[in-house]
Design a protein around this ligand. Structure first.
Ligand code: HPA
Ligand code: ZN
Length: 315
């Protein structure tokens, strides 16, 4: 089954580039940049990948991202991810990057953007993988800083296709970012947002009605609100679901409880994605495989999920 799932043509629509930083590359970049790490080796770092919730993961994720310093580092990070995509027949990617994670530590915006974009352009030319890059705002920081980030990004307007919203969800509702999303949309950018991962269905309503998002990242808590379910089915609003992320971060206790296949059968446009594969135990094929093993996903269901990902592309 693994090889069959691996060979299915797929798009990945929910992937944080910083979350694809494998421990081996993290150690190599720390050495290149002469940064001391609190872990003795790769195994010790991997052993720290045990999380009870989103925040525990984010604390380690931001810490890991600190080894990314130069344009070459961002290139290497993105290129390593694209090689994984090639090996798993992921033919199109719409990855997120978090500029504020880097600009807040003094890395110039253009260093981040140039390294990532060059790798994506090379991926198109050398690997045949098409892309659309999404700039994500950190929701635990004020909207004013998101505005500054958008301003820094505008000289590179053609390098990305949309804006997203990520980081700590609880206590940081979408409505806090209504104005900056309006500004981004006025520039012709697509809007997406993490909503309903840990946060309540109300956050999904806000993301749809106030941020005017065209795709929901995670969204698994939509199933708690029947009126919301009807809306996302009627309007065929895609959900970028990340099964291994959801079990690693205890959104569901185990894969057997995951609601993705129930949603699929009700007609929700759900897709399968890896979120932060270096931290959660696998890339897209591993996420499909986990659905097969934990939920009995059939080949026919896998085909529909893969087709949904191709249909839900923004570009
Ligand atoms: N949720 C919110 N923010 C994130 C995630 C996530 O799953 N991964 C990286 N940043
Ligand atoms: Zn995410």
């Amino acid at each position: 089954m693994y090889d069959w799932l691996n060979a299915l043509p797929k798009a990945e629509l929910h992937l944080h580039l910083e979350g694809s930083l494998e421990p081996e590359l993290l150690f190599a970049l720390a050495e290149r940049n002469r940064i001391a790490l609190p872990w003795n080796d790769v195994e010790a770092l991997r052993a720290a990948y045990a999380f009870n919730n989103l925040q525990e993961f984010l604390d380690l994720y931001y810490r890991g991202a600190d080894v990314l310093r130069s344009e070459q580092d961002f290139y290497d990070l993105t290129w390593a991810y694209l090689l994984k995509c090639k090996a798993q027949n992921v033919v199109h990617v719409e990855p997120f990057f978090d500029p504020q994670t880097h600009t807040d530590r003094g890395i110039p915006f253009e260093v981040v953007m140039r390294g990532i974009k060059q790798a994506l352009v090379d991926g198109e030319k050398k690997l045949g993988i098409s892309h659309g890059l999404i700039l994500a705002f950190l929701r635990h920081l004020p909207q004013e800083q998101a505005f500054q980030t958008l301003e820094q990004a505008m000289p590179f307007r053609d390098a990305f296709i949309g804006v997203g919203l990520d980081s700590s969800e609880q206590g940081f509702p979408p409505r806090l970012f209504e104005r900056v999303f309006a500004k981004a949309r006025s520039e012709g950018l697509h809007a997406v947002a993490h909503a309903g991962e840990e946060g309540p269905p109300e956050y999904i309503w806000e993301a749809l009605d106030l941020l005017k998002i065209v795709r929901i990242d995670h969204g698994v808590r939509a199933s708690e609100d029947e009126r919301l379910m009807q809306r996302i089915i009627d309007e065929q609003i895609p959900l970028t679901v990340c099964p291994l992320s959801n079990t690693k971060l205890c959104v569901f206790e185990h894969m057997g409880q995951h609601n993705i296949l129930d949603m699929l059968e009700r007609g929700v446009k759900v897709t399968v994605n890896s979120d932060d594969p270096a931290y959660f135990g696998g890339y897209v094929t591993e996420n499909f495989m986990a659905l097969h093993e934990g939920l009995g996903m059939s080949e026919e269901q896998a085909k529909r999920l893969a087709q949904n990902s191709l249909d839900a592309r923004l570009v």
